[in-house]
Write a protein that binds this ligand. Structure first.
Ligand SMILES: NC(=O)c1ccc[n+]([C@@H]2O[C@H](COP(=O)([O-])OP(=O)(O)OC[C@H]3O[C@@H](n4cnc5c(N)ncnc54)[C@H](OP(=O)(O)O)[C@@H]3O)[C@@H](O)[C@H]2O)c1
Length: 261
């Protein structure tokens, strides 16, 4: 049965799929993992802290699919390779990679030491390439797969005092497009989700400050912050049969922030 003839809701089913979501112990990653498990996937929940991942799995609770903590630091090459060896051994496949980890250090570029720039790029850019490579090695022999990177509207627009993060997100956006070209012939799609301003725990300092919060709300035509569950539909869509011909796309989920003059 082709996608076009599937009953509508089953176009969004992830039943039988194995998905790895990095940075899934809280925030957007947790909501993406929750929704993918709800759509029937076996979701491997990644983060650095095993206890936080167990707590996240408990928060997700009973779903159509399964959630399994898989702790490792995405910037630690050896730990990452061990994790993929485990995926190969235990599951023999990976259908979906959602690379969602992103760290930010807002300050003027002049205040960064060399090693601060390098370690931020290790997490925010290099890890995305290494994860995509490892995922592709599992996907290529099976002739199918979905690579999804959570980038940011900072991959397309810019603000002062954020150069390293912005460079990394723009780099990830380039990677997504390059991999769409490279793996498209192998039926592996590569897409990005670019969130706007979301009220995650990481942004609590801003959302809790009325003046700062008003700035971001004012930059968003919908005049509010995105709530973390509002990212999840985009991820399920890109991972699902409904997106079988969507490749090299950046799906902006920002309440319209990037279209505002
Ligand atoms: N929130 C927004 O408004 C917004 C806007 C645009 C883009 N984004 C992007 O969306 C993504 C998620 O944002 P968020 O606000 O939900 O992030 P967050 O709340 O800071 O969560 C980050 C997650 O990543 C994990 N993590 C951090 N470093 C890691 C590492 N080296 N290895 C493995 N896991 C690591 C954290 O768990 P541990 O600390 O336990 O490892 C946590 O689960 C990021 O890429 C961010 O840049 C967010």
């Amino acid at each position: 049965m082709t996608t076009a003839t599937l009953p509508t809701l089953s176009m969004f089913s992830l039943a039988g799929k194995v998905a790895l979501v990095t940075g899934a112990s809280r925030g957007l990653g947790l909501e993406i993992a929750r929704a993918m498990a709800g759509a029937g996937a076996t979701v491997l929940l990644n983060g650095r802290d095993p206890a936080r991942l167990e707590a996240a799995a408990a928060r997700i609770g009973e779903t159509a699919g399964q959630v399994i903590p898989l702790p490792f630091d995405v910037a630690d090459g050896a730990a990452l390779r061990d994790a993929f060896a485990w995926i190969r051994r235990e599951h023999g496949r990976l259908d979906v990679l959602v690379h969602n980890v992103g760290q930010r250090n807002r300050k003027p570029l002049a205040d960064f030491a060399d090693d601060e720039i390098r370690s931020l790029l290790d997490v925010d850019l290099t890890a995305g390439l290494v994860l995509a490579r490892e995922a592709a090695r599992l996907m290529l022999p099976r002739g199918e797969g979905r690579l999804i990177a959570v980038t940011s509207i900072a991959g397309q627009v810019a603000k002062a005092n954020d150069a390293v993060y912005t460079a990394a997100k723009a780099g990830l956006t380039g990677m997504v497009r390059a991999l769409a070209a490279e793996y498209g012939p192998h039926n592996i799609t590569s897409n990005a989700i670019a969130p706007g301003f979301f009220a995650t725990e990481t942004n609590a300092g801003i959302t809790g400050d009325p003046a700062a919060s008003a700035y971001f709300e004012g930059r968003t035509p919908m005049r509010r912050w995105g709530q973390p569950p509002e990212i999840a539909g985009a991820a399920v869509f890109l991972a699902s049969p409904a997106a079988s011909f969507v490749n090299g796309h950046v799906l902006v989920v920002d309440g319209g922030a990037t279209i505002l003059m």
